[in-house]
Design a protein around this ligand. Sequence first.
Ligand SMILES: C[S@@+](CC[C@H](N)C(=O)[O-])C[C@H]1O[C@@H](n2cnc3c(N)ncnc32)[C@H](O)[C@@H]1O
Length: 443
Amino acid sequence: MREDDVDEEEAHFINVITTFQKYGPYTLAGNNRRRKDLYALPLRDQELLASLGYKEKLAKTDEAILANAEFLKKIVASPGIFGDEGDDAEDGENNGDDGDGQRRTNPHTHSHDSQTHLHGRSSQTHSHDTQNIRREHAHAHSREHTHSHRGHGHGHEGGHEHEHRSPRGKYKPSEFDMDKLRSTLKQFVRDWSEEGLEEREASYKPLKDALVAHFRDIPAEQRHNFRVLVPGAGLGRLAYDVAKLGFSCQGNEFSHYMLLSSFFILNRTQEAYEHTIYPYVHSFSNVPNKQAMLRPIKFPDVRPSDLPPNANFSLVAGDFEEIYGTDEEKDPGDPSAGQFDAILTCFFIDTAKNIVNYLRVIHKILVPGGVWINIGPLLWHFENNTSNETSIELDLEEVKELARKIGFEIKDERTIDTTYVNNKEGMLGYIYHAAFWTATKQI
Ligand SMILES: C[S@@+](CC[C@H](N)C(=O)[O-])C[C@H]1O[C@@H](n2cnc3c(N)ncnc32)[C@H](O)[C@@H]1O
């Protein structure tokens, strides 16, 4: 990575942290707009609306936003994944400083016995207490994608070229940044709550079942000898579940929003149901009743440290193509080095600018006979992007044909209907007719 890119990446990371910190005032201001509009109405109308409990609803929404803000601040209070990065972000609101000038310590050791690690892209060590990765390793990509209102991901959103500073030089998060943060809150529901179970069962279970079926001849206690990769791991639940099955599992993710959040849940959370958020308070549209909008979600539904004693689980931060597609020889100690016995892609392949390269990389890093199991739609993330990024947009038949030409044999093709970060109690929901397949690398 060039030095300029590293600087840009660092600046972006600090801006993401600032977005977490500014969520509270930004979101409260949005709710205040509703209050202002209410008070601008004729008194008669105000009274009528007051009798419906509208004012109380606004007050409860404020409370929920404040609770979300507290949670989000915790995530960035010690973003240890990138060492001391971000320390010089915002004036005193930032990690390392509680706002009272007191520096908090940045814990470097595991607070529990989880074997989860977050690795930088060229991290050399897999040691148990490697919680912090150095900033030069943390090449999480600038081009974040959000996951909600156009479904599981938008088209390309222009990365941080829209990032802008206020007159005093502080970063002023945009609506675009906040949208990503709101999506991250919903992603916690998908991955780590009981409410998300049905959605996870629809997508993650077929992947895990197919993985177990592929290795059916391997006794469970030998599974740790098999390496599974989950690119675009999001908040890490699928990768965690695969590690829980006994496989050696590596997640890969490039979004700072996801990386900070998954680190927090995996390495800074001690108990089941320790956290409470209100992920549905950001829009008053398509809401059937107050409860549907204001209901709390408690999570995680499992203790993140409950992994088998010999579980091998890591997350590698950075761009999938850059990390796994490189022809450079890697240090054998680099966790991303070598080949994998299985690759699970869940709502991931359509994040490609060039699907040909994604499939080539998947093929290259699989062992001969290795298995690639996929589920997801084809919502090409870079379609209609405004910054001249390449975007190759194949239909499903073309993707499968391409996969065959690259050297896969595709079996067990199915369509699975599923949602993605869906508000179960909302009046609007998307159903994806997601494509599922199991593909083996031909020798
Ligand atoms: C639609 S989400 C799916 C997340 C997760 N697999 C799930 O099913 O909940 C796609 C994820 O891939 C990540 N991603 C997109 N392009 C990537 C890339 N080139 N390298 C690594 N991660 C990427 C995004 O940040 C996002 O978290």
